[in-house]
Design a protein. Structure first.
Length: 231
């Protein structure tokens, strides 16, 4: 099932790329046609840019009311109208190119994130759920020492998740610095929880922590875990 879904996502990515290439081709083609039309418009205006006098040009074209002059006038008007339409079409096509490029980028980001989630889900989900249940037990306890323990253990679980996602660094803080918000939407929540964990670890009993605040912090970790279906 996952394999079929992966193939479907690949097809979507290919379709987006193909659509972008088609739009770029159309844009370049119409841009070239506008250039040709502008050049034609220059030669068909007045005496055609031939360098001859207006009198000589009128003699060659049968005068201002001659059939050839009327033909040139028709061509000139047609070219002017085409230039206007083609210019508008080029603008619309260019905007469509930007839109398709943005969609393709978002699709690639989403596919990358999904692949990471699948990799994480394959790594001992039962053990993660067991650890998460222990963390919830600690934070719901009436013992203040367990509130602190719940945050410390949640931070360890967060570190396991971040490493599973492939972020490198010597510490969890270093690994979070290498994460991008585009791939890690709850990155701010992860940072806030980790900073409070550091305060608990460094200040010990001097760091005042209520049960309500402990549950709030555990909620931050839970936001991160839910994003990646980690627990």
């Amino acid at each position: 099932m996952d394999e079929k879904k992966g193939k479907k996502d690949d097809k979507k990515g290919s379709a987006g790329k193909t659509a972008e290439e088609i739009l770029i081709t159309i844009f370049v083609a119409f841009l070239a046609l506008v250039f040709v039309a502008q050049t034609s418009n220059f030669f068909f205006s007045n005496n055609g840019g031939s360098g001859i006098s207006n009198t000589q040009f009128e003699m060659l074209t049968g005068g201002p009311n001659g059939w050839f002059a009327n033909l040139l006038h028709f061509i000139q008007v047609s070219v002017s109208i085409y230039i206007m339409i083609a210019t508008i079409f080029c603008i619309v096509t260019f905007l469509a190119i930007l839109w398709v490029a943005w969609l393709t980028h978002e699709l690639k980001v989403e596919e990358k994130k999904k692949s990471k989630i699948v990799a994480v889900e394959e790594k001992l989900p039962s053990m993660q759920n067991q650890k998460w249940r222990q963390i919830q037990t600690h934070v719901n306890s009436q013992n203040p020492a367990e509130w602190r323990l719940s945050i410390l253990e949640a931070d360890v679980l967060l570190d396991d998740l971040v490493q599973s996602l492939g972020y490198m660094g010597e510490t969890l803080g270093d690994r979070l610095k290498n994460a991008a918000k585009g791939d890690f939407k709850t990155l701010d929540a992860a940072w806030e929880g980790h900073k409070i964990r550091n305060a608990i670890a460094h200040e010990g009993s001097n760091f005042v922590l209520s049960q309500r605040e402990s549950k709030r912090v555990i909620g931050l970790y839970e936001m991160v875990f839910n994003e990646f279906n980690y627990v």
